[in-house]
Design a protein around this ligand. Structure first.
Ligand code: ATP
Length: 366
């Protein structure tokens, strides 16, 4: 196993900067997720690590070994693609054995390793079948078995679950994560699915427009987003953003959004003071705005607002309520099963301890 370092890596395609001075350190045995919207450069970053693309600038290191100019087969990496990429004319056994045969392993060693990988992926029963006789999920297991059979130093996966149906995706999510834990291989996993990223990653690198916006544990990117991009990308429904101005009033510092005033909680006063007079964006997640019954259990650090229910989405366990507060829509996620009616007046409570404030540049103050 090995740690992986990207040092100011840049890749251009013509005038497009697909990867823009990316620095990334992946620890030995870590499960790192690259998360971001379509076209943000995730796949290109993965292909650069695999050696399928050459960077225009920067260096890639496996441990202390500089692999920047090495061909893929000289790097000891394996890659799993979204499109399985198993060979239709080969039985499962031969698909898995293929990379070992290329490396001219003795036949006995090949049998031993294929058995090991097939057991880990629970596909021992399928070794004599052709890919056409497999389900999508089974084919993806074959692709993963083929990737780990060489015991790579680094395992790269590019949206490996996105061709599977929703239920199977959830199942494979935990299985892949357990498999990675078990074999301890340093893994870099590309997805645009934040749930996948949050549930699988030891850490997540959130990307946008070729740049890394933040690297952190799932907990950190959710609770301490470094900027508005990360705050808006992680979490569903999306964080509420309210444009405001920092104003000193008699009662203290407030975030004034045209008559909709949010007091600055005591712990944040020092941080916000320096921004007096300037424009900021206030962020609060839908799950941190509570209806009356939840609010009564929290009690401190709440700020109540009243509005009119504009729209209701029932999600089974949760209800998403769009609340019109003086012309501004606040999205509220409630987990009670009370029916909410469009048009009804509703009082909700903002949890000031969960508030975020962003500068005009989008960078988080907290
Ligand atoms: P997706 O989730 O849609 O796969 P991504 O985040 O993986 O997106 P990349 O595939 O890395 O993004 O693409 C980053 C940018 O580089 C995009 O603007 C894309 O159009 C461009 N790009 C990628 N590969 C090439 C290529 N071979 N030739 C030209 N442009 C490319």
């Amino acid at each position: 196993m090995v740690d992986v370092h990207l040092v100011s890596v840049t890749k251009r395609f013509g005038r497009t900067i697909a990867v823009d001075h990316v620095d990334l350190d992946v620890e030995d045995g870590e499960f790192m997720v690259l998360l971001g919207p379509s076209g943000c450069g995730k796949t290109t970053t993965l292909r650069l690590i695999a050696g399928l693309e050459k960077p225009d600038e920067g260096r890639i290191l496996f441990g202390s070994r500089d692999v920047t100019t090495l061909a893929p087969r000289e790097r000891n990496v394996s890659m799993v693609f979204q499109s399985y990429a198993v060979w239709p004319h080969m039985k499962v056994f031969d698909n898995i054995a293929f990379p070992l045969r290329i490396k001219k392993y003795p036949e006995e060693e090949i049998r031993r390793r294929v058995k090991w990988a097939a057991e880990l992926l629970q596909i021992e029963e399928l070794l004599n079948r052709y890919p056409a006789q497999l389900s999508g999920g089974q084919r993806q297991r074959v692709a993963v078995a083929r990737a780990i059979v060489v015991e790579p130093e680094v395992l790269l996966m590019d949206e490996p679950l996105s061709n599977l149906d929703a239920l199977l995706r959830v199942k494979m999510r935990s299985e892949l994560k357990k498999l990675q834990r078990r074999i301890g291989v340093t893994t870099i996993y590309v997805t645009h699915d934040q749930v996948e990223a949050m549930t699988m990653g030891d850490r997540i690198a959130v990307m946008n427009k070729g740049k890394i916006m933040q690297v952190g544990t799932p907990n950190e990117v959710y609770n301490k987003p470094a900027n508005m991009f990360v705050a808006g990308f992680i979490g569903s429904p999306q964080m509420n953003f309210i444009e405001a101005r920092v104003v000193e009033k008699e009662q203290g510092l407030v975030l004034d959004a045209d008559g909709f005033e949010i007091p600055v909680p005591g712990w944040a006063v020092e941080l916000v003071k320096q921004l007096r007079g300037s424009r900021v964006t206030v962020g609060i997640r839908p799950e941190h705005i509570y209806p009356e019954d939840i609010a009564s259990t929290v009690r401190t650090g709440l700020h109540s607002v009243e509005g009119r229910v504009d729209f209701v989405e029932l999600l089974g366990s949760d209800t998403i309520v769009h609340l019109d507060v003086r012309g501004r829509i606040l999205v509220v996620k409630v987990s009670d099963s009370r029916p909410y009616r469009v048009g009804q007046r509703l009082r909700v409570y903002l949890d000031l301890n969960k508030l975020h404030v962003f500068r005009e540049t989008g960078e988080a103050v907290f």
